[in-house]
Ligand binder design. Sequence first.
Ligand SMILES: [Fe+2]
Length: 312
Amino acid sequence: MATLAEPQTDFTRLPDMDESVFTAPLKRPDHVGEDWLEPKQTEYDSEDDAIWNDLFARQMQVLPGRAATAFMHGLEKLDLGKGGVPDFGELSENLNKLTGWSVVPVPMLIPDHVFFWHLANRRFPAGNFIRTRETFDYIQEPDVFHDVFGHVPMLTDPTYADYMAEYGKAGWKAMRYNRLKALGSLYWYTVEFGLLQEKDEIRAYGAGILSGPTEVVYATEAESPNRIMLNVDRVMRTDYVISDLQPTYFVIESFEDLFRQTVERDFDKLYRNLGPGFTYANTAVIDIDYVVNRGTLEYTLRGGRGSGAAPV
Ligand SMILES: [Fe+2]
């Protein structure tokens, strides 16, 4: 039986989580309810829309031939390039017809158990704000461009859409086992930085890769990073970097493969065997790995982003 999530859980309402599962409890802003949803999407001005359009145009210079076909189809199906920041209501209507998902506006950060709850109910929480010209090239917090452009097109793929909902259902269980770091690593190496073997090519499907211009090229073509076939046990034991290009990416054969590897396995056993910390460094290649490319790690060894090293 699939045990990524606890089968008896009622996902229609938020659980009572014991305080001890929160490392840093967030203070709920006065204007949001228990669900942490913003009353409505921000109203964007013409400069905000122009920033969206420029970011969109920049990505379209690098994505064809590097982004997963499912992602490119998703952009088209949702008409995300029609100009300006997309309206979440319209987007949700279109997405709902395809896979039952919607997009909902949230403050910048929401608690983990609320995030999981929205995913389990096929609602993708997206940040309202859009970056400025000053932070055009790099922002640490995900904005509406990262969340909508990066994540939402993949939700038009039925198998991927199911994976995301199952991931949400898995969250509360990981919290109760105190294995949120491990589940977070799975999210990081799939939803944010996942690569896909498509025919003979490596393509990107992770939103962290697809929403910026540099990592798209680096992740799919550079010699520095390791590219290793996804193994869920291994990935959940692997550390990652938050504010730089990844030294290692994990590659899936297909979205069906991703779904099978995660949803159809015994997570109780896995969680019992995992330690609370990570076992493997993010640069490690270990003997059980099925390696697609062993990277030179040149970019990382030269010091990464802060050093001015070229992403080669
Ligand atoms: Fe993201």
